[in-house]
Design a protein around this ligand. Structure first.
Ligand code: HEM
Ligand SMILES: *[C@@H]1O[C@H](CO)[C@@H](O)[C@H](O)[C@H]1NC(C)=O
Ligand SMILES: *[C@@H]1O[C@H](CO)[C@@H](O)[C@H](O)[C@H]1NC(C)=O
Length: 316
């Protein structure tokens, strides 16, 4: 009796399943893996870009591929995404390949989730079982992208609140920030730390050699679009160097270094996690996989809600 109750509770809470397309698109996972491999071969950074795109999708209206919609309320033009999120064309390519094999069956939101998983795995990181069955949203939410996505200048408390708004914890903040072991960031996302950090002079939590290097790369009034690597040890490799860097003041963004160096009381938890992940990559990989599954479960549309878009950029 009690096990029956438990079963039905679980069904209601999570309607996504790993075998959702088993009969309708049996080769889905192979197709996406092949396409992500090709994209990464063309440009290694695409792994990072596809991972980030899934995050920016899930935080706005849930994981419903709303970020892929073009049009007047497009999330693509919200500040956290504009001139920043990449990979839209790669998703078009993956979607076409999937449509050729199984037309009208697989949602864009599921393709984004699989591509993010494959990107981490193909970069040397952990793998996990992607649960599927998300449907695509019918509306974009530009204001939601502006207000719901964390900013690199925010403090730990504010970032934690934005994660809490989608039912993620401060542990997920620290764990998922480990994604910044791959990919690039533009000067404008960290340059306030280099010169006129609130108070006087540069951010004191930034390593002084890295400070000089970044000041040369990103001078005041220079090109804010210039990019640099998050993880200066192993940029293309998904590993735990992000956390090792934080131990020595080498986090690139204010929001990165704050996980270790914040003055918020909550830092005691994130600091402990940073230390544990920096010394135990297996622990980090396991935690990352489980937080990614949680993130992929943010407010999915299921059943007959939403639709399966034919073209990820427009509703049917
Ligand atoms: C905790 C709050 C977070 C903040 C404030 C933040 C902020 C940023 C910023 C400012 C950039 C650089 C964008 C640019 O220069 O155009 C970036 C890049 C990136 N972020 Fe985050 N991020 C956060 C969490 C996450 C999470 C949860 C993930 C994925 C699970 C993620 C994955 C990435 C990746 C992979 C890149 C590099 C993308 C590329 O090279 O194309 N970030 N992030
Ligand atoms: C934190 O959020 C509050 C309320 O939105 C805002 O007024 C404040 O400027 C934010 N602080 C930082 C450092 O982003
Ligand atoms: C960055 O590039 C975009 C697109 O080319 C341009 O519109 C924008 O003004 C540039 N931003 C900065 C800070 O230079």
């Amino acid at each position: 009796m009690s096990s029956m109750i438990l079963c039905s509770t679980v069904t209601v809470r999570s309607q996504l399943t790993s075998d959702f397309y088993q009969n309708t698109c049996p080769n889905l996972l192979q197709i996406v893996r092949r396409e992500v491999k090709t994209a990464i071969k063309n440009e290694m950074r695409m792994a990072a870009s596809l991972l980030r795109l899934h995050f920016h999708d899930c935080f706005v209206n849930g994981c419903d591929a709303s970020i892929l919609l073009d049009g007047s309320d497009s999330e693509k033009f919200a500040v956290p995404n504009r001139n920043s999120v990449r990979g839209y064309d790669v998703l078009d390519t993956i979607k076409s390949a999937v449509e050729s094999a199984c037309s009208g069956v697989v949602s864009c939101a599921d393709i984004v989730a699989i591509a993010a998983r494959d990107s981490v795995l193909l970069s040397g990181g952990p793998s996990w079982k992607v649960v599927l069955g998300r449907r695509d949203g019918l509306v974009a939410n530009q204001a939601g992208a502006l207000n719901g996505l964390p900013s690199p200048f925010e403090n730990l408390g504010n970032i934690t609140l934005k994660f809490a708004a989608v039912s993620l914890t401060i542990t997920d903040v620290a764990t998922l920030s480990g994604a910044h072991t791959i990919g690039l960031a533009r000067c404008i996302t960290f340059s306030p730390r280099l010169f006129n950090f609130p108070g006087t002079g540069p951010d004191p939590t930034l390593d002084t050699n890295m400070l000089t290097e970044l000041q040369n790369l990103c001078p005041q009034n220079g090109d804010g679009n210039k990019t640099t690597t998050f993880d200066r040890n192993s940029n293309d490799l998904f590993d735990n160097h992000y956390f090792k860097n934080l131990l020595s003041g080498k986090g690139l963004l204010f929001s990165d270094q704050t996980l270790y160096s914040s003055s918020d009381a909550a830092v005691s938890l994130t600091k402990t996690l940073v230390e544990s992940y920096s010394s135990d990559s297996t622990l980090f990989f396991k935690a990352f996989a489980s937080s990614m599954i949680k993130m992929g479960n943010i407010s999915p549309l299921t059943g007959s809600a939403g639709e399966v878009r034919k073209n990820c950029r427009v509703i049917n």
